[in-house]
Design a binder for this molecule. Structure first.
Ligand SMILES: Nc1nc2c(ncn2[C@@H]2O[C@H](COP(=O)(O)OP(=O)(O)O)[C@@H](O)[C@H]2O)c(=O)[nH]1
Ligand SMILES: [Mg+2]
Length: 310
């Protein structure tokens, strides 16, 4: 079956066709010249893309499971893309995610896919962007993208979502870490998960203070709320659903166009960097010039970068 047929079937909610397409999009040597044009409409897709990030163990997968249930109750079709740059497919984390989400595995209104790194970031960027585009075009109302929010490279994946949730655990210092690491800027909603544990209130207060201080410096018309969840409890994610809907409503009132424009620019930038790093060869003559002291390394890099400017 060719790509166009697979795509047509996936749009008719054929799960096997969708899985095949995702595998194709993930393969390290896929040429996007055939798949790319099919994904062109994803920018205008009505699928609401929700990034779920936070440190390992903060409860991203559990919360995503709770959110799946909440949105399924509303009759919506839900997709999940679990991006874990550190684990191979057979690794514990990915397998764990699958097991945790298994209660949804027999529901055909839910599609869950794990994706691991191919060993280099460019590959992950390309593959995850293609997967998000595919899932945005195949009839899902909401798409959750789970990624480990510890390093800048992982954060980059959620930078392309419509709504970004940043999870922290009570008492962990995660909140302060988040503020320091710049995760703060990407959060549309802060979630203090495991609110059944002691000191959740203190963590909420800490984050609210940080948010207030940030907005005193840079006023914005969306103010990142700090909500709590108990992802392991039935209906324990109600406040998170409320906050997602508030943010979606805010986007609907006008900010969405600008947001999608920004995420598109981010995506293009990401793909460009991946392409550059794949294609870049350092010419011998340049190395020799540095060897002879005619150029320093920084000048050499600058001249290479200039050569690629248009
Ligand atoms: N007490 C409590 N434990 C939770 C809660 N949410 C998740 N957990 C537990 O925290 C651990 C890590 O959760 P997981 O969803 O795998 O975290 P992830 O690494 O961020 O995806 C698991 O053992 C969960 O059962 C919660 O609200 N309360
Ligand atoms: Mg997880």
């Amino acid at each position: 079956m060719n790509l166009a047929d697979l795509f047509a079937r996936a749009r008719q909610h054929d799960v096997r066709a969708l899985s095949r397409l995702l595998s194709i999009a993930e393969s390290p040597d896929v040429s996007m010249s055939e798949l790319g044009p099919m994904l062109a409409g994803s920018i205008a897709s009505a699928t609401h893309v929700v990034g779920v990030t936070g440190p390992p163990g903060s409860g991203k997968s559990t919360l995503t499971g709770a959110l799946i249930s909440a949105y399924r109750k509303q009759g919506l079709r839900v997709a999940v893309l679990a991006v874990d740059p550190s684990s191979p497919y057979t690794g514990g984390a990915v397998l764990g995610d699958r097991i945790r989400m298994i209660e949804h595995s027999t529901d055909d209104g839910v599609f869950i896919r794990s994706m691991a790194s191919r060993g280099h970031l460019g590959g992950l960027a390309t593959a995850s962007l293609a997967a998000i585009a595919l899932l945005s075009l195949t009839g899902f109302d909401i798409l959750f993208v789970e990624t480990v929010g510890v390093g800048q490279s992982e954060i980059e994946i959620v930078e392309i979502s419509d709504t970004t949730l940043v999870l922290v655990s009570p008492n962990s210092g995660d909140g302060i870490q988040a503020v320091k690491a710049g995760i703060f800027e990407i959060a549309d909603i802060f979630v203090v998960n495991k609110a059944d544990q002691p000191n959740a209130d203190a963590t909420v207060r800490e984050l609210r203070t940080a948010v207030r201080l940030a907005y005193a410096q840079t006023p914005a018309d969306w103010r990142t709320p700090v909500v709590t969840s108990i992802a392991v409890k039935t209906d324990g994610a109600a406040a998170v659903v409320g906050a997602i809907e508030d943010h979606r409503g805010w986007l609907d009132r006008g900010a969405r166009v600008e947001r999608r424009r920004a995420t598109t620019a981010t995506a293009i930038r990401r793909l460009t960097i991946a392409e550059f790093s794949r294609r870049l060869r350092v010419p011998d003559v340049l190395v020799q010039q540095v060897e002879r002291g005619e150029l320093d390394m920084w000048e050499a890099a600058d001249s290479l970068a200039k050569g690629s400017e248009s």
